[in-house]
Ligand binder design. Structure first.
Ligand SMILES: *Cc1c(COP(=O)(O)O)cnc(C)c1O
Length: 229
């Protein structure tokens, strides 16, 4: 069931890439396993899945430390500075850097652990009050400042688009993000800035058509989440 869901989402990812004239290999599907048991992750590992997304640092730590086979965990949710320690040498990529203060703490922890943290800058592209992230206009400056840290490498941008009924409503948001990434790349700040993390269950195909290189899909793979338990 979860396995079939994963395969059908992956197929939709490939089809969306092809529709846009892109190489499907350019798009990484992250299975968002937040709130779901380790047994669900293990089932996907058995069919070769290696990329998982978690929201909460402690949950990422726990799953990373107990999973049977080493796989990649992405920190996709908001990261508080006092929780950086849980993910610094566990998360393959931190998608949610939204302030210099957080970046400073990541730098300190990364240095302490002898690693270079791979991060994305989170952009609140639709300027929603309820969302974390910097504005489209502020993003480039933050990319430059954060990338100047010796133990932090900015790899690209991330956004959580608004919840909409019709995914077409988010097309302009995704397009703006892609343009921002191209603008940043054109300045040659760092050749390794090439990741665009955007698109979730409701809108990942539109995100891919507009240039996403990572999509974060939970519900379509694992089913609805139950936050009451
Ligand atoms: C939960 C979550 C997702 C996945 O959402 P679905 O709609 O279940 O696919 C993606 N990104 C972030 C940051 C999330 O918190």
């Amino acid at each position: 069931m979860i396995e079939d869901n994963y395969r059908s989402v992956l197929q939709r990812v490939h089809q969306a890439a092809k529709r846009a004239g892109r190489n499907p290999e350019e798009v990484t599907l992250i299975a968002v396993s937040k709130t779901k048991p380790l047994s669900d992750i293990e089932r996907l590992i058995k069919i070769g899945v290696t990329e998982f997304g978690e929201n909460k640092p402690q949950e990422l730590k726990e799953k990373y430390d107990t999973v049977s086979t080493p796989v990649h965990f992405h920190q996709i949710g908001h990261l508080q500075t006092n929780k950086v320690k849980y993910v610094i040498d566990r998360a393959v990529l931190i998608h949610s850097v939204d302030s210099m203060h957080l970046a400073e703490v990541i730098e300190k922890e990364a240095e302490k652990h002898g690693v270079t943290a791979q991060v994305l800058i989170e952009v609140n592209a639709a300027e929603e009050d309820t969302k974390f992230g910097v504005s489209l206009g502020e993003a480039k400056a933050l990319v430059k400042e954060v990338n100047a840290f010796p133990h932090v490498q900015v790899r690209g941008l991330m956004t959580i688009a608004p919840f909409v009924e019709n995914p077409e409503e988010n097309r302009a948001v995704f397009r703006n993000m892609h343009e921002l990434l191209l603008d940043i790349k054109s300045e040659n700040i760092d050749n390794s800035i090439d990741i665009l993390s955007m698109g979730m269950t409701n809108d990942f195909e539109v995100a891919i058509e507009e240039g996403a290189t990572m999509v974060r899909v939970g519900t379509a793979i694992f089913g609805e989440r139950d936050y009451s338990i």
